[in-house]
Design a protein around this ligand. Structure first.
Ligand code: ZN
Ligand code: ZN
Length: 357
């Protein structure tokens, strides 16, 4: 536990090099801030990008960085009048989920309802802002969202994933009864499939090559398509009488093959939402094909004010996050957690680190 002066943290020192280190404990909360004792942190694809390559997009990790942006915790100290992002007054002992993005709140984009596009924002767990793989963290109160008791520590980090999934489905403009194909059945794809069905999509196809992910997708009532050895595009075409689906949502590595699949599965006039982040920081597609089909492409940038919906859908049991948590680690074993997640260890859907257990 923290001595008050220093605390333990899992720091990324270079590609594939995460170590447990002692770092200064965070300052007590200033005006509008709360201090969180971190209960649980999820490891996601963007963490794995940084872990494996030391970068994400054009952001390079230039000095040791504490990763972790999907997290929740219990408030251990609070400044006076700290109000969460949904208007709840916060006090010590309350559990909250945290939006890792800190927009400026004052620019044109923030003021017109696009805080996810704020050019002046910082993001916890992306260089240079430290994340939550540590014992304690001080965060803005208005980026916190109160978590009711029915939602477990394990599920809380996935509220961030679900928040992004809700934003992605918002961007998909799904009409009831339309068909959707999700590329990639990782935690984000599985959340997107569940939300797309709630939005009225049917059927919802989902592709992957990892059988345990596809089995879970099927449990969630999506139509699993294994891309290992079979042509998923052909299967979607067959299932839709050669028409294609109304919407595809790319939630994998956004590489040439998955974007091409997403485009090939679409009907003319369809909509492609890109959620995955490409390793080579490029988006490849065949211009003539996309043009002739008149496809609309929407890029998903993080999320907007979707936490309240994510919490409500989880609390009511409309979305299942619990079944997705496959692996649990304490802070000491964070490096192990990353290695296993990066190697697609069989059965691994979501690895969660519990820093204070
Ligand atoms: Zn994430
Ligand atoms: Zn702003």
């Amino acid at each position: 536990m923290s001595t008050g002066q220093t605390m333990q943290a899992a720091q990324l020192l270079g590609p594939k090099d995460i170590r447990l280190v002692n770092v200064p404990a965070p300052a007590p909360p200033g005006h509008g801030e709360v201090q969180i004792s971190v209960d649980s942190v999820g490891i996601c694809g963007s963490d794995l990008h940084m872990f494996q390559t030391g970068r994400i997009g054009d952001t390079v990790v230039e000095s040791p960085l504490i990763l972790g942006h999907e997290f929740g915790g219990t408030i251990s100290a609070v400044s006076e009048g700290a109000i969460d992002g949904d208007g709840t007054e916060l006090s010590v002992g309350m559990r909250v989920a945290i939006d890792p993005a800190i927009p400026c709140g004052r620019c044109e984009l923030c003021r017109t309802g696009h805080p996810n596009l704020c050019p002046n924002h910082t993001f916890m767990g992306v260089w240079p802002t430290p994340g939550a793989l540590c014992e304690k963290i001080t965060v803005p109160a208005d980026g916190c969202f109160f978590v009711p008791d029915q939602i477990s520590h394990d599920e809380v980090p996935l509220l961030e994933t679900l928040g992004v999934a809700i934003h992605a489905v918002d961007l998909a403009h799904i009409h009831v009864g339309q068909s959707v194909a999700v590329i990639g059945a990782g935690a984000i794809g599985l959340c997107i499939a569940q939300v797309a069905m709630l939005a009225g999509a049917t059927p919802v196809f989902i592709t992957d090559r990892l059988t345990w992910r596809l089995e879970l997708a099927e449990q969630f009532d999506a139509v699993p398509l294994n891309i290992d050895g079979t042509d998923a595009v052909q299967q979607v075409n067959q299932a839709t009488g050669g028409r294609g689906v109304d919407v595809t949502i790319e939630a994998a590595w956004s590489d040439e093959s998955s974007i091409t699949q997403a485009v090939d599965m679409l009907r003319p006039g369809g909509r492609l939402v890109v959620v995955g982040i490409a390793d080579d920081d490029a988006l490849h597609f065949q211009h003539s094909k996309v043009r002739r089909k008149g496809i609309t492409i929407a890029m998903c940038r993080r999320m907007k004010h979707t936490y309240p919906r994510a919490i409500s859908l989880t609390q009511s049991g409309k979305v299942d996050l619990k079944t997705m948590v496959s692996h649990r680690f304490n802070l000491k074993h964070t490096a192990d957690a990353f290695t296993r997640a990066a190697q697609y260890q069989p059965g691994c859907i979501k690895a969660v680190v519990h820093p204070n257990s």
